[in-house]
Design a protein around this ligand. Structure first.
Ligand code: FEO
Length: 170
């Protein structure tokens, strides 16, 4: 359980609530999609594409407004921590977006191929989620305390406001 910080300086909890809602939504969507129905499958893919683009945007906001600022602050204090450099270094989001786009091509295939694609997509979403949820927990449990340690209350308050504003610009 992540320690509780005052709302005005907690940069992760609000955006992560939204990300977790999206995770629940894609499991509901994929489990209720009939992959033999090309229209139903395409509608689901459209939603999934929006979802993964939103995850991508979330990651970009964190990179630019949180991790970059944290690295700069730590450099100024001569503190090194590899976790800060590597937390978004894998390309799972890109792989998921590629798989979703492949689905659009697959929507033109046979029913059998669409069902096969559905199985692959379900498995990929399970695997993605098994990494994504702990990743968000790590940000809340490891990076939020670092932010509190290295930034002033006013700096963090400003940073939180910027992060929320950027998430709303979509
Ligand atoms: Fe908040 Fe890096 O996901």
């Amino acid at each position: 359980m992540a320690p509780k910080y005052p709302d005005e300086v907690d940069v992760f909890t609000v955006p992560h609530s939204r990300m977790k809602q999206l995770v629940q939504k894609y499991f509901d969507m994929v489990s209720s999609t009939n992959f033999r129905d090309a229209v139903c499958m395409t509608n689901m893919l459209e939603n999934l594409l929006h979802t993964f683009n939103e995850f991508k945007m979330h990651e970009q906001i964190e990179n630019h407004f949180i991790m970059k600022r944290l690295k700069e602050k730590m450099n100024a204090l001569h503190i090194r921590d590899a976790k800060v450099c590597n937390c978004h270094s894998d390309n799972r989001l890109t792989e998921m977006l590629t798989l979703v786009l492949e689905g659009y091509r697959c929507a033109q295939c046979s029913e059998q191929d669409r069902e096969k694609y559905g199985d692959t997509l379900r498995q990929a979403l399970e695997e993605f989620t098994q990494v994504f949820i702990p990743h968000m927990e790590e940000e809340e449990e490891v990076f939020q305390p670092m932010l509190v340690e290295y930034f002033t209350y006013d700096e963090l308050k400003e940073l939180k406001a910027k992060v929320i504003q950027k998430h709303l610009e979509k």
